[in-house]
Design a protein around this ligand. Structure first.
Ligand code: APR
Length: 337
């Protein structure tokens, strides 16, 4: 059978641990490497190693070149490493810490497993994905088809909250709502007008409330956890869904696998042209778009479809903010590398 190795960086964290558990349940992986700077990661690996599934799981901390060992021969690298925002910490403080963590991890990926698919979860994804890209570019190993910012949690929220609003949370029908743009606040653009099945009997007022709930869904979790962290379990579920779809398309020969994901638009030149119709010709390097996945990663960016008038106004706001987020990531690498 085919060998498929995944490396999870930040595996001892709030997202990392449940994501490690889910990845261990995958019938497809043969190797699972867990890396974290927290030494407990070795114990996490031993713990889940008792689950009988095909993968061999190994935990690594910083000792003995742990990161290099975790990354060696990795086919897929998933990155939830970072720090959550603590009281008194500004968004800029958080940005600088996570940006440095992601930059350093990207450097190790560039030198150890440059051909791996990279799935970035560490926030702010709008900026951390450009950071990984810049590091790989400087190392001369960047393949835009293999780099993804995981925005799947926005899709899950859109599905769940849409079902809730029309009182069908127990119905068998699942709402499929494309969610494009970025991965925080107003950069998140749920295309509720394209919901399948359509959101019948929902007023414009409800659409706007639903949109805001999806955009700021993360805050609901932060508030409910009252200082103890942000979304971890739902994020792990989302990350797992993304990795499984990537494996299906890239390693298991499944065709027609589509998932919205935050990617470098140049990964598919024709797809990026299509987007310009919706952004008043403002060019963006990165955007979450519907992506058909294939053996090389990004196979094709799919058209976005028609936007409602309301969604067009959201698009303007999203584009404006996202542009700044992207510049912030790119210039972080230029300044510090
Ligand atoms: N290399 C590997 N792991 C690291 C590094 C590093 N350089 N720096 C920190 N970590 C680990 C921490 O030791 C911790 O185990 O990353 C893990 C992060 O876990 P939590 O602090 O519990 O944070 P979590 O809630 O999982 O969020 C992680 O995802 O959604 C984003 O904004 C969130 O950026 C944050 C990240």
């Amino acid at each position: 059978t085919k060998k498929i190795k995944a490396a999870l960086l930040g595996a001892a964290g709030g997202i990392g641990q449940p994501l490690a558990l889910l990845l261990k349940q995958s019938p497809h992986l043969t190797d699972l490497a867990l890396f974290d700077i927290a030494p407990v990661v070795k114990g996490v690996a031993v713990d889940i190693s008792h689950i009988s599934t095909p993968s061999i799981v190994t935990g690594y901390d910083k000792e003995d070149d742990g990161l290099v060992k975790a990354l060696t021969d990795a086919d897929i690298v998933v990155i939830p490493a970072g720090v959550p925002r603590k009281p008194g910490m500004s968004r800029d403080d958080l940005f600088n810490i996570n940006a440095s963590i992601v930059r350093d991890l990207a450097q190790s990926i560039a030198s150890t497993c440059p051909k791996a698919f990279i799935c970035v979860i560490s926030n702010p994804v709008n900026s951390t994905v450009p950071i990984v890209a810049e590091v790989l570019k400087k190392a001369g190993v960047f393949d835009p088809k293999r780099l993804f910012g995981v925005t799947t949690l926005d899709i899950l929220r859109a599905q769940t909250f849409s079902a809730e609003i029309i009182g069908q949370s127990n119905a068998s029908s699942t709402f499929n709502v494309p969610v494009i743009g970025g991965h925080s606040g107003v950069t998140i653009l749920p295309l509720l007008s394209q919901s399948k099945p359509p959101l019948k009997g929902v007023s414009q007022e409800q659409i706007e409330a639903l949109t805001k709930r999806i955009q700021f869904g993360g805050d609901e979790v932060v508030q409910a956890k009252a200082g103890a962290g942000s979304a971890t379990l739902s994020m792990a579920a989302a990350g797992f869904r993304f990795v499984e779809r990537l494996i299906d398309a890239a390693f298991n020969g499944k065709s027609g696998v589509v998932e919205d994901s935050y990617i470098l638009l140049k990964a598919d030149a024709s797809g990026s042209k299509e987007l310009l119709k919706h952004t008043d010709n403002v060019e963006l390097d990165y955007f979450s778009v519907p992506v058909e996945l294939g053996p090389e990663g990004v196979k094709k960016i799919l058209p976005i479809g028609e936007l409602s008038e309301y969604e067009q106004t959201l698009m303007k706001k999203a584009v404006e903010e996202l542009k700044g987020n992207i510049v912030k990531g790119v210039s972080f690498v230029e300044a510090k590398l």
